[in-house]
Design a protein around this ligand. Sequence first.
Ligand SMILES: [Zn+2]
Length: 73
Amino acid sequence: MSSPTTFGVLLFVLGLAVLGLLIIVSALRSSRTGRTCPRTECGNRNPPAARYCGRCGTNLDGGATRDSTRKRA
Ligand SMILES: [Zn+2]
């Protein structure tokens, strides 16, 4: 037999479990889809939405690999 109180507690626990699962999944996804800098000497991990490396400024969209040793005016 199940009283309304038991049902409510069950729903509450289930909600908490789903919430925790969502948080874990989102954390895993963000850490996996992070875009790593193509420069091996940098290797900085950037957020998925980033277009340029946050450390060295390299284009993460796989454009022309600019020679970083060349100084720009
Ligand atoms: Zn970089």
